[in-house]
Write a new protein. Sequence first.
Length: 113
Amino acid sequence: MAMVRKFLDLSTAHLTPMDADYLEEAAAEWEVIARGGGSASVTCGRLPFGFFVHASDEPCEDVPDNIKRVMARARELDCDYILFDQDAEPCEGLPLFDAETGQETTWEALQAA
């Protein structure tokens, strides 16, 4: 029988600019792996407006703490993956960040900008 898995549809506002850079690099590493080489510490694909990330139970040490926190929240919600999408809603209990400055902010402030 086929296994069905769930994903957390999450705003990219939960990513700092450093987190987004990290996921960009991880997605590039996965492109190399798909061609038969390399390794990566996060299973990640780049999408036009975000990222699709495996929510690891045991993320590698080099995974940024904020991404580890999001992975843990996804697992709490019984999700195996995270879809970071610029059009998705925020998740209560996770910090939001300004994409330009990386400063923690509120959903209201992001909507007003």
